[in-house]
Ligand binder design. Structure first.
Ligand code: NAD
Length: 458
C-alpha cells in the first residue's frame, strides 16, 4: 500500500506489520541481511531513476546525488552488513562480588514496528538511512517520504514494495493528513526528521503510547572565523558547505560571526570560491541546485533586503533560482537572523571578539552544528567547553556526518537522539539486561529475612 484513502487503512497497515514482527520474521539474522542486500540492489539498479527524481525535485546534479544521497546510503548499508554480527553478539558485563557466582549480559533486541518520517531536502537519504538501522536491528517499518519532493517520493513508493519484503516494510505517500493518520497508530519507535513545529506534533502523538522518539531537527548553525586561518582556503570550505543543495542542508552553515576586518577579507575570498565552484554565472552551472518550491523561494527572496547583497546575478523566480549569496552588514535583529535560513544566503554578523561570539551563540537555541575556523587551540577549546551543539567542526563544515563513529543528532531545539553507524542500530534496538545465577551454592542468605542481630553485624 503506498497511499491511504482513510484512517482505518493506516490501522490495518500497521496491524499487518505488527503481525509480521510478532511472527519473528524480522528478527531473523538472515532476513536482516537479505533486506539490507535487497535495499542495496534497489539503489544500484535504479541509480538513474533516483538521480532523475532528485533532479526533478531539487535540480540536484547527478554528481551531487551520488555524493550526498546514493553514496551515503550505500555506505551505510555496507557498514551495517559488515558490523551486524558484532552488533548482535551478547555483550558480557562484570558481576559485583556480592552477586557472584553469576553471568551478566546485554543483548540487543528489536523494538518492534518503527515509523520513519522524512523531509524533502535529502529526500532519499533521510528516508533510507534510518531504515538501514531499523532493518539491521530487526524491525518492521513504515516509511513516510516528504510530499514536497514528489518525484523522489513516487519513485521510492514504486521501488520499495518491489525490492523489500512487503510483509514487514511499507511506504506510504502523503502530506499532513496521511501522516496524522499514521501517527494515531501505536509504534515502538518514531524517527522524525524535519522542523521543530511538526516535531512537537510527533512527540505529542508518541506520548499517548509512551513511544520513544528520535527527532532530527535543524536550526541556525553558526560559523566563527578568525584571522589565524588561511582565509582563502577557509572560504572554499565554507562556500562548498553552504551552497551544496542550494543551502537546503540541515547542517549547512547558517551565518558567519567574524570581526569587521576578517569579514572584509573573507568577502572577496568567498566571491572567488563561489566562482571556482559554480563559474562566473551559477545560473548556468549544472552543479548548482534549485529551491524546493515557490513558498520557500518567496521566503528566501525576502531576506535579501536584510543586508548588502554580494552575488553573481539575481534570483530567477521561474526557475526558483537564488544565486549563491553573501549578505554583508547584517544587523543582529534582522529577519534573516531569526529563523533557520535553509537556502543559499550567508549573512555575516560582526562580533567584537571571541567572547562576544560565544555570548551571541549562547543567547540562541543550541545549534545542530557549530563550525570554528581557527588555528588557535585556545579558541577551539573555548567553543568546545563554553557552547553546546549537536557537533563541532574545526576548519571544516558538514563533513562530520560522513564519519560513522560520530553520533549525528541535535541537542535542545536541534533534536533528540542521534544515529549513523552503530547508533542507528542502537536507536531501533532495546538493550535487554540478562543475569543468570546458579541456584547452588546459595550465596544470598544475607539478603533474606529474618534480619537477625548476627546478620546485621555482617
Ligand atoms: P517537510 O515539510 O517535508 O516535513 C517533514 C515531514 O513532516 C514530511 O514527511 C511531512 O509530510 C510531515 N508533516 C508536515 N506537516 C505535518 C503535520 N502537520 N503533521 C504531521 N506530519 C507533518 O520538511 P521540513 O520540516 O520543511 O524539513 C526541513 C527541516 O528539517 C529544517 O529545519 C532542517 O534543518 C531539518 N532537517 C534536519 C535534518 C537532520 O538530520 N537533523 C536533516 C534534514 C532536515
Amino acid at each position: 500500500m503506498t497511499t491511504l484513502k482513510k484512517k482505518s487503512e493506516a490501522a490495518a497497515l500497521v496491524a499487518s506489520l505488527r503481525d509480521a514482527y510478532n511472527s519473528g520474521l524480522t528478527a531473523k539474522r538472515q532476513w536482516r541481511i537479505n533486506q539490507l542486500n535487497a535495499l542495496r540492489q534497489m539503489v544500484v539498479d535504479n541509480e538513474s531513476v533516483i538521480e532523475a527524481a532528485l533532479f526533478s525535485d531539487l535540480g540536484k546534479s547527478a554528481s551531487e546525488a551520488q555524493l550526498t544521497e546514493i553514496g551515503i546510503i550505500l555506505g551505510d548499508i555496507d557498514y551495517a552488513l559488515k558490523n551486524l554480527s558484532s552488533w548482535l553478539k551478547p555483550h558480557k558485563v562484570s558481576v559485583p562480588l556480592a552477586a557472584m557466582p553469576a553471568k551478566a549480559f546485554v543483548v540487543s533486541e528489536p523494538v518492534g514496528v518503527a515509523l520513519i518520517i522524512a523531509p524533502w531536502n535529502y529526500p532519499m537519504q533521510l528516508l533510507l538511512a534510518p531504515l538501514v538501522g531499523a532493518i539491521a536491528a530487526g524491525n518492521a517499518a513504515v516509511l513516510k517520504p516528504s510530499e514536497l519532493a514528489p518525484a523522489t517520493s513516487a519513485a521510492l513508493a514504486k521501488l520499495i514494495p518491489v525490492y523489500l519484503d512487503p510483509r514487514a516494510i511499507a511506504i506510504v505517500e502523503g502530506a499532513a493528513e496521511e501522516t496524522g493518520w499514521l501517527l494515531e497508530q501505536r509504534y515502538d519507535h518514531i524517527f522524525y526528521t524535519g522542523n521543530g513545529r511538526v516535531a512537537r506534533i510527533v512527540m505529542e502523538a508518541a506520548a499517548k503510547n509512551l513511544t520513544p522518539v528520535s527527532l532530527e531537527l535543524g536550526g541556525k548553525s553558526p560559523i566563527y572565523i578568525d584571522d589565524s586561518v588561511d582565509l582563502e582556503a577557509a572560504a572554499l570550505r565554507i562556500a562548498w558547505a553552504k551552497y551544496l543543495n542550494a543551502g537546503q542542508t540541515c547542517v549547512a552553515p547558517d551565518y558567519i560571526l567574524a570581526t569587521q576586518s576578517v569579514q572584509k577579507e573573507l568577502e572577496s575570498h568567498l566571491v572567488t570560491a563561489i566562482e571556482n565552484l559554480y563559474g562566473s554565472d551559477p545560473l548556468l552551472s549544472d552543479d548548482y541546485g534549485r529551491i524546493i518550491n515557490d513558498n520557500h523561494f518567496a521566503r528566501l527572496s525576502g531576506y535579501l533586503k536584510d543586508g548588502r547583497v554580494v552575488a553573481a546575478g539575481k534570483p530567477v523566480a521561474k526557475q526558483r533560482y537564488i544565486p549563491p549569496t553573501v549578505l554583508v552588514d547584517v544587523k543582529r535583529d534582522a529577519a534573516v537572523m531569526q529563523e533557520e535560513i535553509f537556502g543559499p544566503i550567508l549573512p555575516m554578523i560582526t562580533v567584537k571578539d571571541l567572547d562576544d561570539a560565544i555570548d551571541f551563540i549562547n543567547s540562541k537555541s543550541k545549534p545542530l552544528a557549530l563550525y570554528v575556523f581557527s588555528e588557535n587551540t585556545l579558541v577551539r577549546r573555548a567553543f568546545t567547553e563554553r557552547t553546546s551543539s549537536g557537533a563541532i567542526g574545526f576548519n571544516v563544515a558538514i563533513l562530520h556526518l560522513s564519519v560513522p563513529g560520530l553520533p549525528f543528532g541535535g541537542v535542545g531545539e536541534s533534536g533528540i537522539g542521534a544515529y549513523r553507524g552503530k547508533r542507528s542500530f542502537d536507536t531501533f534496538s532495546h538493550e535487554k539486561a540478562i543475569l543468570s545465577k546458579p541456584l547452588k551454592p546459595e550465596t544470598l542468605a544475607l539478603v533474606y529475612p529474618p534480619f537477625t542481630e548476627s546478620k546485621k553485624k555482617l
